[in-house]
Ligand binder design. Structure first.
Ligand SMILES: [Fe+2]
Ligand SMILES: [Fe+2]
Length: 135
């Protein structure tokens, strides 16, 4: 399983958002460690809970600015966030059903998702956020 690290090419040029994205990558690191540790089941549950909370908080941050700045792609972007939240909820249900194998699948999925989402979807709001003085 390949493992990705944050690099500057993922920056959207807004400090708070970059910090939140970096934290997401950090949680994926934790998930990797949990998968390879002996206490797998327990640790994975903790990381999943943190991922659920962090994605909710991060999406709320971006969406608050969309509303505030009347961002033109608000609806499309919010739909992508809802889809991800639903997928994460499915993974979480599998975990609660005792399927610890879901962890590798989840981390692989989320790595692909976060890179694609930052590069193709989040990057679209950069000009709008900068025009409103966010940096
Ligand atoms: Fe984001
Ligand atoms: Fe986003």
């Amino acid at each position: 399983m390949a493992h990705i690290k944050w690099t500057d090419e993922y920056s959207v040029g807004v400090e708070l958002i970059d910090e939140q994205h970096k934290h997401f990558f950090g949680l994926l690191d934790e998930m990797f460690e949990a998968i390879s540790s002996l206490d797998t089941g327990h640790k994975i549950g903790g990381v999943i809970a943190k991922l659920v909370a962090h994605t909710a908080n991060h999406f709320a941050t971006e969406e608050k600015y969309f509303e505030e700045f009347n961002y033109e792609y608000t609806e499309d972007h919010k739909e992508r966030h809802r889809d991800l939240a639903a997928t994460v909820a499915d993974f979480e249900s599998r975990y609660h059903e005792g399927d610890v194998e879901m962890a590798s699948e989840m981390v692989e999925f989320l790595e692909g998702w976060i890179i694609g989402h930052i590069m193709e979807t989040d990057k679209k709001y950069v000009d709008c956020f900068h025009e409103h003085g966010l940096c």
